[in-house]
Design a protein around this ligand. Structure first.
Ligand SMILES: C[S@@+](CC[C@H](N)C(=O)[O-])C[C@H]1O[C@@H](n2cnc3c(N)ncnc32)[C@H](O)[C@@H]1O
Length: 276
């Protein structure tokens, strides 16, 4: 069953978690990122929704990528290049390709018309992909960091508002998911933090690294027939994430490794399905 996070006498979570030991350098970087994180959360800077300039037509792709994108285009009636720049459009096709191939390979019906939550959605740049694939009744993206400031003068919040602006029943919630009580039939997590190094690479403080309570909360928020769909970077990270899932009381339903991602990645994405 779920592990209990180490708690202090006042009931809050203690840091660092009992089983993580950080080097001096990691602690210094964490302090620095923590300053910026607290500053951005204190100011909560927001101007207005910001939108990308659509590229209109993707270029510089290999023939197999064009063929695959055409297939996705036809199957899901999406044209990410009509909304986003080259990078975001291609990244959306890559996430949609993964969803499409993973579900097909697992031969399971796609749960459509249900409540979907994405945990750790960043600025929710892939909300349109989740919308096209799950056709959800509601779609909620949750991220603990909402107000990182971009060089454009817009915040992550502004970007998220732009990405979800024309998607029905879709919202972006700035919150620590460990504290979110929101039942969902489908919970997705793309590359959740399960080791400390990526937390620092994302310029976040290690005080945000609490995988145990995060996975506990996923298990608690999943409806009895619900599915947790997770994507990890390579098999090593997937194994670490799987251990957290099991500790939270989740059971593995299926697993699939992408043989040829539409967008190159350092490690093959590993998709897995979990139930309570
Ligand atoms: C590696 S990033 C992945 C971002 C996104 N899923 C993607 O595929 O681009 C992990 C994200 O999880 C968020 N995160 C970490 N801990 C969280 C928590 N407790 N609650 C909500 N979001 C969290 C981070 O802020 C970060 O945006």
């Amino acid at each position: 069953m779920a592990t209990t996070p180490r708690t202090t006498s006042d009931g809050s979570r203690a840091w660092p978690p009992a089983d993580h030991h950080y080097s001096l350098l990691q602690r210094c970087r964490s302090l620095y990122h923590g300053l910026w994180f607290r500053l951005s959360e204190g100011i909560r800077w927001s101007r207005r929704p910001c939108y990308e300039t659509p590229i209109g037509c993707l270029s510089g792709l290999a023939a197999w990528q064009i063929t695959r994108i055409d297939e996705l285009h036809a199957r899901y009636n999406v044209g990410f290049e009509d909304h986003y720049n080259h990078h975001t459009a291609l990244a959306n096709y890559a996430y949609l390709d993964l969803l499409d191939q993973a579900w097909a390979s697992a031969n399971r019906p796609v749960p459509q018309g249900t409540a979907v939550t994405d945990v750790g959605c960043a600025n929710f740049w892939y909300a349109r992909t989740l919308h096209a694939f799950f056709r959800p009744a509601t779609l909620t993206g949750v991220d603990v960091e909402g107000f990182r400031l971009y060089p454009t003068g817009h915040s992550r919040y502004d970007a998220a508002c732009g990405y979800i602006a024309d998607l029905p029943q879709t919202s972006f919630l700035v919150a620590d998911y460990c504290t979110v009580e929101n039942r969902a039939d489908v919970i997705t997590a793309w590359f959740p933090f399960v080791t400390p190094s990526p937390v620092l690479a994302w310029r976040l403080p290690l005080t945000l690294f609490f995988p145990e309570p995060l996975f506990d909360r996923i298990a608690r928020n999943l409806t009895p027939q619900g599915l947790f769909f997770m994507v990890n970077q390579g098999s090593e990270e997937a194994a670490v994430a799987a251990a957290y899932c099991r500790r939270a009381g989740l059971s593995l339903v299926d697993q699939w490794v992408h043989p040829c991602p539409l967008r190159a990645r350092p490690h093959p994405p590993v998709a897995s399905w979990w139930s309570v």
